[in-house]
Design a protein around this ligand. Sequence first.
Ligand code: NDP
Length: 445
Amino acid sequence: MYKSVEEFMDMVAAKNPAQPEFLQAVREVTESLWDYLQDHPHYLHANILDRIVEPERVIMFRVPWRNDRGEVMVNRGFRVEFNSAIGPYKGGLRFHSSVNLGILKFLGFEQVFKNSLTTLPMGGGKGGSDFDPKGKSDNEVMSFCQSFMTELQRHIGPNTDVPAGDIGVGGREIGFLFGQYKRLRNEFTGVLTGKALNWGGSLIRPEATGYGTVYFAEEMLNVKGDSIKGKTVAISGSGNVAQYATEKVNHLGGKVVTLSDSSGTIYDPNGIDEEKLKFIFELKNVKRGRIKDYTAKYDAEYWEGQRPWKAKCDVAMPCATQNEVNKAEAEMLIANGCICVSEGANMPSDPDAIEVYLNNRILYGLGKAANAGGVSVSGLEMSQNSMRLSWTREEVDQKLKGIMKSIHSQCMKYGKEGDYVNYMKGANIAGFIKVADSMLDQGVV
Ligand code: NDP
């Protein structure tokens, strides 16, 4: 048995060299769990920690495709099937040039605990490719997706593994992937989530991650007798999660002053209201342009090459990518009066930034709790597909709100430290218990 977190981490680091993001995710969870495990040693006796950090299966494959000039291109495809103790593997596909095995293992590992928190029967997985759809034509994206699915289809299925979208994989990509699966398997089945409404998608799925992140912030603020209403909010990213987080903040009476992409940030102190957000939907989802183009139409500052965190705000919602808030930025947020961080992205705050939040006792909703709305509605999409019916917008939104509330109370239950709630600890312990107990029930798995 391991005597310390360090001893355990040395073992994990030796087995998983050159995977810093994976080690970061494992360390966060292990540190949160450590005291709980000492009080519940049956998990340690059964070596659950060693088992839970090892994916059940990793698939890695060649994806050859032809670009518009007729040249043959090659990318690498992955699916990490991390843990199926509580249900079929479930988690998104990421298409981005930075994708490698370590990134997908970190995301798959996070997904195991997140899915457990949702109360739905979903195991954890993640996949993707180092293919970047940015700058590619629709035809090239389709050619890539068809080749990617030609291999992936052997490994997935509605009762085995159900992928969804993530960075670089939106409605267009899910459509191409689903079409190819159907051709190859001659099956119309709920093998992917995030589908369009006409062919098996769920209402509110596109909105779910962003809406859920705001619902989670609202829950945290409510505990303090406060709410989003009247709050100034800084959001990063301008993709799916950022767009719908902005929409929900507007619904609840807050004001969003920043959005960003990997080139820079726009700062609009008057707020990105409904009309301006419509422009962003068109800019990012149809024209596939850059966030800077916002300043050609609206009066706003553009911070080239910079992230949003120097903006004065009450609430921060990182919704772009991992490690996008560092220690200095966290300190800047707090110095400027930020009282709440709700993470739409996965692991967007680095460990030093998290330490700053916790030391200053601000409300900190970590990604695996705050952004679980997306996979939750994916789970609801799977249920609707199995029952061959569709719930209304209101029904799905109500269920989403209920799930975010339940995740919040699980965090409160296990994360209370005096009068402070350590949501990170709470989420990690609550997520762990359900998966670990299921693994124990199922024997040496
Ligand atoms: P999108 O591809 O729709 O948007 C991603 C946004 O983040 C873009 O604005 C992109 O800018 C920016 N971004 C991506 N990589 C970087 C980078 N390395 N540095 C700076 N900016 C970057 O993805 P989503 O909105 O779906 O995902 C955003 C985050 O939310 C991810 O962390 C994802 O894992 C997480 N998430 C998503 C869920 C979903 O349902 N979609 C569910 C749960 C979590 P650019 O265009 O310049 O690349």
